[in-house]
Design a protein around this ligand. Structure first.
Ligand SMILES: *[C@@H]1O[C@H](CO)[C@@H](O)[C@H](O)[C@H]1NC(C)=O
Ligand SMILES: *[C@@H]1O[C@H](CO)[C@@H](O)[C@H](O)[C@H]1NC(C)=O
Ligand SMILES: *[C@@H]1O[C@H](CO)[C@@H](O)[C@H](O)[C@H]1NC(C)=O
Length: 300
């Protein structure tokens, strides 16, 4: 009941409100990210109230790319497009509210402005929106490096790579589902392909394994690549915690040995994208060890 009353009150108010000659630009809809090679619809939403439309123009930067002037004598003059590099307007799909840019490329990236002039008052209204053309990465992000087993004190040293996109993807690292500490990240300069201009980004993750990382018996690291609002992919790796922690010496020297002796494992791991399947006997053994340790401590 209440919303109806409010609506009714508004209608009453509107019908008695003095009519003014003022146009309002409701919204400009420019897609912030468009995939390379796709079409893009740009919209200009406005309310002329009780005035007429004198002209509607679109600009890219400072250059006019489209005009709509309904009062022009000849039909062919009423709607005109002016093509620029990266701006190919399909006039048949364009009108006084929208323009269709065909087959966008990196030159299409830029600021698009819609300008409306009212007939009676010559009141002018303008608004602008940024459009970015993006190229998705050639492949999903990839985690490289790392071992199949980790114990407390070991050094995790891995890279996440997202290849050939524009702009470079945003890479985010997670450790056991939680956003990684910023101090663990290694940033490398973005690699730009000379020919295509496409960008490859690598972010390293480096940290010492602590007890809390192995709480659930294993270590999971994940890297996600995001690009604007159009792309989201991830790669994930799991590693088992070392079975018998108490016999492990946590010194640096030992960590080094562990790393170098496991270099074969790096390849195993890489060829095993996804997760590693451990024989069930090892898992059982781990559980038994933990239970025994817990009991032992209890009686102490
Ligand atoms: C990570 O990538 C950087 C830059 O290419 C390289 O120098 C480094 O050795 C890589 N680290 C690992 C663990 O693969
Ligand atoms: C990366 O993330 C930042 C911060 O959230 C954002 O401003 C930027 O647009 C993103 N870049 C890409 C390519 O998605
Ligand atoms: C670990 O190894 C270092 C260097 O070999 C040694 O000095 C230390 O006593 C060892 N610690 C344990 C707990 O075995």
């Amino acid at each position: 009941m209440a919303p109806n009353l409010v609506l009714f009150a508004n209608l009453l108010f509107l019908s008695f409100a003095p009519r003014s000659h003022s146009i309002r630009l409701i919204d400009i809809v420019v897609p912030s990210a468009v995939l390379l090679g796709q079409d893009a619809m740009l919209e200009c939403r406005y309310d002329l109230e009780n005035d007429g439309l004198y002209s509607l123009k679109w600009y890219k930067g400072n250059e006019e790319i489209f005009r709509y002037i309904p009062e022009e004598e000849f039909l062919s003059d009423r709607m005109k497009s002016f093509n620029l590099p990266g701006v190919n307007i399909l006039v048949e799909k364009s009108n006084d509210h929208q323009i269709l840019l065909q087959n966008v490329d990196f030159d299409s990236t830029g600021k698009y402005r819609c300008e409306i002039v009212a007939e009676g008052s010559f009141q002018t209204i303008t608004n602008v929106g940024q459009m970015n053309v993006v190229k998705l990465p050639a492949e999903d992000p990839i985690i490289t490096g790392g071992l199949a087993h980790y114990a407390v004190g070991d050094l995790v040293k891995v890279n996440c790579t997202s290849r050939k996109s524009l702009p470079a993807a945003n890479l985010t690292w997670y450790i056991n589902g939680e956003l990684s500490d910023k101090n663990f990240l290694q940033n490398y300069p973005i690699i730009e392909d000379e020919e295509s201009g496409l960008q490859t980004i690598i972010i390293g993750l480096e940290f010492k394994v602590r007890q809390k990382h192995l709480k659930t018996g294993g270590l999971k690291i994940k890297c996600t690549a995001t690009l604007a609002a159009v792309y989201w992919r991830s790669d994930e790796r799991s590693a088992e915690a070392a079975a018998i922690k108490s016999t492990h010496n946590h010194s640096e020297r030992d960590t080094q040995q562990h790393m170098s002796s496991s270099s074969k494992n790096v390849n195993d791991w890489m060829s095993n994208r996804g997760s590693i399947v451990f024989p069930s006997c090892i898992i059982k053994m781990t559980i038994t060890t933990i239970l025994l340790t817990a009991k032992f401590q209890l009686y102490l």
